[in-house]
Ligand binder design. Structure first.
Ligand SMILES: [Fe+2]
Length: 193
């Protein structure tokens, strides 16, 4: 093939009107084209489980923000150790946030994703403002971890028995165990009064 012909072919390719070209993304994957879900959980139960998960997601996001705040603002003779401890904790909490949001999507519902939603759906107290001692920070975190642990313990039962969603129930049981370990680490860093 001569060079002139090749150049002509390339030129023609770029001249093809956009509407006649193949779409880069399969139209069936466009956000407005929803594929119905059929995973053996009733529509009502799926909605209820997603609601429960979105409340938990909001609790986790509040606790994540609170731990991040303490990572930044802690002042302590053992600053480096505490700064790193809070970092490990907020990283793990972010992992929970992401997993819970994705579980909501796996149930074909939408995850809460704004501060306004997190604040309105969370049962946790808003983190207190102002300068705190390390011990007060740890105590606040422990209170919120334990509150979340109690919430999840009930949710493990509810999702299994009331909403017939063994997948979410098992998923929550895993998160519960990880929270209990985090709470143990915080508890062990607290001095008794
Ligand atoms: Fe940092």
């Amino acid at each position: 093939m001569n060079t002139c012909l090749s150049i002509t072919c390339i030129a023609l390719l770029f001249c093809v009107p956009l509407e006649t070209q193949q779409p880069l993304v399969n139209q069936s994957l466009a956000p407005h084209a929803t594929q119905s879900i059929n995973i053996g959980i009733s529509h009502t139960n799926r909605k209820q489980v997603a609601q429960l998960l979105n409340s938990l997601l909001s609790d986790e996001f509040i606790l994540y923000t609170q731990t991040l705040n303490y990572h930044w603002n802690v002042i302590d003779p053992y600053f480096s150790a505490m700064h790193s401890f809070f970092k490990e904790q907020y990283e793990q909490l972010f992992n929970f946030v992401d997993r819970i949001a994705e579980r909501v999507r796996a149930l074909d519902e939408f995850a809460a994703g704004s501060f306004a939603e997190f604040e309105s759906l969370s049962a946790l107290k808003t983190p207190s403002q102002g300068r705190l001692s390390t011990q007060d920070m740890l105590r606040n975190l422990l209170d919120n971890h334990e509150s979340i642990i109690r919430t999840i313990r009930v949710a493990v039962e509810t999702t299994q028995n009331d909403f017939k969603d063994a997948g979410t129930s098992n998923f929550l049981a895993e998160i519960l165990v990880e929270h209990e370990k985090m709470a143990w680490m915080i508890r062990s860093s607290l001095t008794t009064k």
